[in-house]
Design a protein around this ligand. Structure first.
Ligand SMILES: Cc1cc2nc3c(=O)[nH]c(=O)nc-3n(C[C@H](O)[C@H](O)[C@H](O)COP(=O)(O)OP(=O)(O)OC[C@H]3O[C@@H](n4cnc5c(N)ncnc54)[C@H](O)[C@@H]3O)c2cc1C
Length: 503
């Protein structure tokens, strides 16, 4: 019999939300986190006094009554957050080289349509069809709508078509196709694989309402930690779970990196499902299940540069910018050494400067793990800092300079107004977050075989459950929904949804 009702492995958003829900419902919970700080991708860091987000640069669905708002209201988190609504008439702006227009994605469906019609006056019908398809798709996900009614069968068009082809079936205007799929890096979209549901659930939430945390996404982790402590939850930081001891088809104990063994009743793993499988001795879990999880493909990784800017150089943007070299948002991960980067996203740092100027920006571009594979055997983690060597630092510098040069097209003078910058590679994401090959969003969803990439919170071990971005959906909203799914295995779905709705 363990000291806790539930052990949560990993203190990222998924682990924290599960703990808050279970704590609220009277469970004694302990979170074991390998880093010295909780939050995972929610963390922030500072350079020259400027705060940058690791992940969660913005999020959707947070207006009163919308799904994320209602979910956060359930544990009182909605009142704690310092947020700012992004530009109603273009929270995201899509641009292309050799095209002077900034194509806006706007909040509110009518506004979304009207603002795009200014650039695509002949596409009224296509835009309405796109909106109808988004809504129809989202309606088919009960938990996304906080209901327990059954899923409808929508038909092959929706279930099997990839996002690129579905959008192409709505309009033949290539520019509009690329604008509608212009936030591709939000879900690491792949042309033949990305299911339309992934695009729809994410884009719908931002069109409903788009927000940024002032002062960084780490405040979400901080407030969740306070709540969890109020519910008598415990934290074991700087502790990496290395092994799960299985007896008679149940997890009996978790083993930490220092050799300590903690007896458990139930375990929820917030780490990548493949990493969770690697904690279990082969033969202790059904082979076919283990092999399926271990063989699943992950999304592409990313290279990020965080730049501290000279005061007064750049106005703080109340939006994000997605920029593409070519009029094809689906090929950016298929770059070569010479033409990288084919696309990029620019996010503002977490705080608006006191004078209305941007203190810093983050530029993110896709990077495949193969680019850094030659250093794959070097590690630099919070608990075990290490140096990957001179050639790695040179590689990082070369790539950072190239990305900054490419961004000059959007922000002329950027290089000359940069005070300092820091960069991260797929290896940084791998070591910092524990994701496979630094995958930005974990397991890749594939519409060609949706059931294979569908991860259930239940595993073949009776008292071991999964949560986090690898289940239904990634991102702030997606992981919150995945946490409801995971904890409903213990609390019962209808009861939990009722409580969330009646808070
Ligand atoms: C670069 C980037 C940009 C993003 N931008 C956005 C955005 O703008 N909006 C948005 O909504 N989402 C964004 N996301 C996605 C979002 O941040 C993630 O989907 C979400 O935070 C993932 O939460 P998680 O709990 O599933 O995983 P994680 O945050 O990865 O948490 C896993 C935790 O487990 C810990 N851990 C791992 N292994 C072990 C172990 N063996 N023992 C103990 N602890 C362990 C890790 O240290 C970590 O704290 C972004 C992600 C990235 C990487």
């Amino acid at each position: 019999m363990g000291k806790y009702d539930v052990i949560i492995i990993g203190g990222g958003l998924g682990g924290l939300i599960c703990s808050a829900i279970l704590g609220k419902e009277g469970y004694r919970v302990c979170i074991i986190e390998k880093n010295k700080k909780i939050g995972g991708s929610l963390q922030t860091f500072s350079r020259n006094g400027v705060k940058f987000d690791v992940g969660v640069h913005y999020f959707g669905g947070f207006n009163k009554g919308q799904n994320l708002y209602q979910l956060f209201k359930y544990f009182g988190l909605h009142k704690e957050l310092n947020v700012q609504r992004l530009d109603m008439n273009g929270f995201d702006r899509i641009t292309f080289s050799h095209d002077k227009h900034e194509y806006p994605l706007s909040q509110g469906y009518d506004n979304f349509k009207q603002n795009l019609l200014k650039y695509f006056p002949k596409e009224k019908k296509a835009l309405q069809t796109y909106i109808d398809y988004l809504k129809e798709m989202c309606n088919n996900f009960p938990l996304y709508n906080l209901t327990t009614r059954n899923k409808k069968v929508l038909g092959a068009k929706f279930e099997e078509l990839n996002t690129r082809d579905l959008i192409a079936s709505i309009t033949s205007d290539k520019k509009l196709q690329n604008v509608l799929a212009g936030t591709n890096p939000l879900y690491a979209g792949e042309p033949e694989k990305t299911p339309f549901y992934l695009h729809a659930l994410i884009n719908n939430s931002y069109i409903e309402s788009a927000w940024r945390c002032i002062g960084g996404g780490s405040q979400i982790a901080y407030h969740l930690m306070k709540l969890i402590k109020r519910y008598n939850g415990s934290f074991l930081l700087n502790s990496e779970v290395k092994r799960l001891i299985i007896r008679k088809g149940m997890v009996e104990a978790v083993v930490l990196d220092n050799g300590e063994q903690i007896d458990v009743d139930k375990v929820i793993s917030n780490v990548h499902p493949a990493a969770t499988m690697e904690m279990i001795d082969p033969g202790m879990i059904r082979k076919a299940y283990r092999n399926r999880i271990l063989s699943l493909e992950n999304t592409v990784s990313a290279f990020l540069v965080n730049i501290v800017l000279q005061k007064g150089f750049l106005d703080y943007w109340n939006y994000n910018r997605y920029h593409y070299k070519k009029e094809n948002v689906w090929v950016c991960h298929r770059y070569n050494e010479k033409n990288w980067p084919l696309g990029m996203v620019i996010f503002m740092s977490s705080n608006r400067g006191p004078d209305g100027y941007a203190e810093g920006i983050t530029i993110m571009s896709y990077m495949n793990f193969s680019d850094v594979a030659r250093w794959a055997n070097t590690f630099n983690t919070v608990t075990k800092p290490g140096d990957r060597g001179k050639d790695y630092h040179e590689f990082k510098k070369r790539k950072a300079e190239k990305l900054i040069d490419a961004a000059e097209e959007i922000i002329p003078g950027l290089r000359n107004h940069t005070i300092s910058y820091s960069a991260s590679t797929p290896l940084t994401l791998r070591d910092y977050l524990g994701t496979k090959n630094g995958a930005i969003y974990g397991i890749m969803k594939d519409c060609r075989n949706p059931l294979r990439t569908f991860i259930s919170p239940r595993t073949k071990i009776q008292n071991l459950f999964l949560t986090g971005q690898n289940l239904d959906l990634h991102g702030l909203l997606g992981v919150t929904i995945s946490s409801v799914l995971a904890t409903s295995e213990l609390l019962g779905m209808p009861a939990l949804i009722n409580k969330i709705l009646n808070t």
